[in-house]
Ligand binder design. Sequence first.
Ligand code: FAD
Length: 420
Amino acid sequence: ATEAPPVSGDGAVAPHLTIVGAGLAGALLAILLAQRGWSIDVYEKRGDLRELGYERGRSINLALAERGRHALRQADADDAVMAKTVMMRGRMVHFADGHLDLQRYGRDDTEVIWSVHRGELNEALLDIAEEAGARIHFHHRLDSVDFEARIAKFGDDRGDTVREIHFDTLVGADGAGSSLRQAMAEVCELGDRSEFLGHSYKELEIPPGPDGGFQIEPHALHIWPRGRYMCIALPNDEGTFTVTLFLPNRGAPDAGTLNGVDGDHGDTTNVTKPGTHPAPGFDTITTGAQARAFFDRDFPDASRLIPALEHDFDHNPTGVLGTLYLDRWHLDHRAVLIGDAAHAMVPFHGQGMNCAFEDCVALANHLLQTTARGEAFAGFQAERLPNARAIQQMALENYLEMRDHVDDDDYLLQRELGNR
Ligand code: FAD
């Protein structure tokens, strides 16, 4: 049987919203509207990570910037989240010759970014969403939508159960592989296209030292730039670092002919850096043992700090990276997309989540201003789509900057002169 949307406790019908996905954007949007008296149901395909623990395979920690914090403050969630963060003052560049340089993000500690564990952040937002009155339904995977009858069908990864839900409006906060987006694309032209980067990533870990503390400077985002590939490491509040290796999918045949990797956005570099080697790729480094040899050669100071490198390389998934462009984010007044479902981007500006949080504030504001949802969604798209496009472009450009330029003499000179 199809279930009708719930009615609020006092019998008055509060405005109701059905959100698909209880990740970062879905949970924050639920908080913002539930705190303002809305009746909110969130459907999430996974189990409750507060009971099951965080499922590995997604980026483990994230850089939270002022854009994201501004949104968290609107939801009274900033204090709870900030309690779990580690401040990062700037980039700590690990040069090929072994020396280090801290490149500050701003003048002082008022201009910094923060590292936060994705699982801990999501847990904090889920707690606050439930406290605000949102109902979160785990093990509900959106499978299909009948937009005429306004019925959404959900399956359960643990069995064959199917549940049909009646909805007024669906919000797709179900990430880059959004099922709601696919359902919308069957009934209207979204103009969607994905561009893959041609580079992928693998996550590894630097554990705490023998005293339980951080083994390298905690208040920095560490970068090992090596021309066409790089490693980064972000601190976690329990004394570990999550290390992310970014490599081309296909290695270059030899130094000097390193251009022309398919789908490699805006990549004009065609030589390796002096002192580095022909670019390896995930096609040539396929085993933990090969990864160890590569790290010993190109990231020796990091290699010494990653005891489980072989195991983690062999067992952790290799993540693909891409940019999703849509010309349209909503289906009249019936459905709208936010966060990665609308505009997934490569992670090199650390802005995907921050941008998703800004979406939540913008969408909540538009919904609170008018009861005409189609109008609210159109206003939301007009406000946010140009911003998302700009950040997507900056994220692509920052990949070149991080891996190619932060150790350039010219870059360092410009920084000395205050131009960077
Ligand atoms: P998600 O976080 O993907 O959440 C989607 C939710 O929907 C999930 O809970 C999922 O289980 C659920 N779901 C999916 N399908 C269904 C379905 N059919 N039915 C029901 N539920 C479903 N951003 C930053 O701001 N800073 C960073 O430093 C940063 N680093 C990154 C590093 C890497 C390697 C990557 C890949 C991304 C990084 N990002 C970063 C981007 C950030 O992870 C995303 O922008 C952010 O997670 C988007 O949030 P979201 O809620 O839109 O999607």
